[in-house]
Write a protein that binds this ligand. Structure first.
Ligand code: HEM
Length: 137
């Protein structure tokens, strides 16, 4: 990853990795008939795949944001927190209570990072006037 990578590219690259991990986890659960880590699977897919992909679409629609350091930081924090949260939630559901504080702290990091995204949305940046949104000829 280069320092010049846009926030959307970073988000899409993380998202496609997370969805493969999430699907492998789902397949493993189905094959083993053991769904004890289902909450971790759900969070991995929804935070790591769905949310990150949606951030990517938003940032790509706002070129000034897409190249901003703060947007890249938001994506980076999200990806790290998703990875930690997934492992911690899985550990808790496998009976390792010691992971509970890790899950708790990470959930607050995810909330804080959502507020950072909210700040970027409310701060405002002009939307990209893409050809895809031009009237049909
Ligand atoms: C190869 C792909 C996938 C497989 C094999 C898979 C498999 C599973 C399995 C076996 C369960 C447990 C169901 C149960 O026992 O009730 C589950 C739950 C769940 N999965 Fe997946 N999954 C896949 C992809 C995804 C994706 C892409 C998402 C989200 C975008 C997702 C979100 C969820 C959620 C939210 C639950 C919890 C549902 C509930 O609470 O009842 N999964 N998945």
């Amino acid at each position: 990853m280069t320092a010049s990578m846009t926030a959307s590219t970073l988000a899409f690259r993380f998202a496609v990795v997370f969805v493969v991990a999430g699907m492998l986890m789902g397949i493993a659960m189905a094959a083993s008939h053991d769904t004890s880590v289902m909450p971790a699977h759900a969070h991995l897919n929804l935070l790591g795949w769905v949310s990150l992909f949606m951030f990517g679409i938003y940032y790509e629609r706002r070129p000034a944001l897409d190249t901003s350091r703060l947007a890249r930081l938001q994506v980076l924090i999200w990806a790290l927190a998703t990875a930690v949260l997934t492992v911690a939630v899985a550990a808790v559901h496998l009976g390792h209570d010691a992971a509970d504080p890790v899950a708790a702290v990470t959930s607050l990091v995810v909330l804080g990072d959502t507020l950072l995204f909210d700040y970027l949305v409310y701060r405002g940046a002009p939307a990209h006037q893409g050809a895809g949104f031009a009237p049909a000829e």
